[in-house]
Design a protein around this ligand. Structure first.
Ligand SMILES: Cc1cc2nc3c(=O)[nH]c(=O)nc-3n(C[C@H](O)[C@H](O)[C@H](O)COP(=O)(O)OP(=O)(O)OC[C@H]3O[C@@H](n4cnc5c(N)ncnc54)[C@H](O)[C@@H]3O)c2cc1C
Length: 138
C-alpha cells in the first residue's frame, strides 16, 4: 500500500490550496490529493463561466499547477477513512496510507423547495463540470 505524508480529500478551493501549500512549505513531503473529477470548476468563477465566452476549461481548478509542484492527484471518491490504521479507501478500491489527513469535502447546493423547481428550464447551480456545461448551452 502506498503511503503519503499528507493526503487531501477533495480538490476544491480548500483542498487544492492545502495540497499546494503543503508542497510549497515542505517540499520534502509526499502529498496526494484525491478529487472526484479532474475538471472541478472554480466556484467563485461560476457566474463568469456561465456568462462568459471563454472555454469552460479556463474556469477550472488549475490542477496542472499542482502537478508541477509535485502534488500527486488521484481522480476517485473517498468512501471510508480508517483512522486507527491511518488508511483512506476509495470507491474504486484503492487504499492509501497517510501520515496526515486533510478533509476538504466542501458543500453541496440545495434547491429551494418552492413550487416549480422541478420544471424544465429551472436550474440549480451545481459545482460540477457537466452541470455547468449543460447550463451554458441554455
Ligand atoms: C457563485 C459563487 C461565488 C463565490 N464567490 C466567492 C468570492 O468571490 N470570494 C470567496 O472568497 N468565495 C467565494 N465563493 C465561495 C467559495 O467558492 C467557496 O467557499 C469555496 O469554493 C469552498 O471550497 P471548498 O474546497 O471548501 O469546497 P468545494 O468547492 O465544495 O469543494 C469540495 C470538493 O471536494 C469534493 N469531494 C467531496 N467529497 C469527496 C469525496 N468523498 N472524495 C473526493 N472528493 C470529494 C467535491 O466533489 C468538491 O470538488 C463563491 C461561491 C460560489 C458558489
Amino acid at each position: 500500500m502506498r503511503r503519503y505524508d499528507v493526503v487531501v480529500v477533495g480538490g476544491g478551493a480548500a483542498g487544492f490550496t492545502a495540497a499546494l501549500t503543503a508542497r510549497m512549505l515542505y517540499p520534502e513531503l509526499s502529498v496526494l490529493m484525491i478529487t472526484r473529477s479532474d475538471k472541478i470548476p472554480i466556484a467563485c468563477a461560476l457566474p463568469y463561466a456561465i456568462a462568459g465566452n471563454r472555454p469552460l476549461e479556463d474556469y477550472l481548478m488549475p490542477y496542472n499547477y499542482a502537478s508541477m509542484l509535485g502534488v500527486e492527484i488521484l481522480v476517485d471518491e473517498v468512501v471510508g477513512v480508517d483512522t486507527e490504521n491511518r488508511v483512506v479507501k476509495t470507491r474504486n478500491g484503492v487504499e492509501v496510507s497517510f501520515g496526515n489527513l486533510i478533509i476538504a469535502t466542501g458543500s453541496k447546493p440545495e434547491a429551494y423547495k418552492v413550487e416549480g423547481v422541478e420544471l424544465q428550464g429551472v436550474y440549480v447551480l451545481g459545482k460540477d463540470y457537466d452541470k455547468l456545461a449543460e447550463l451554458r448551452k441554455v
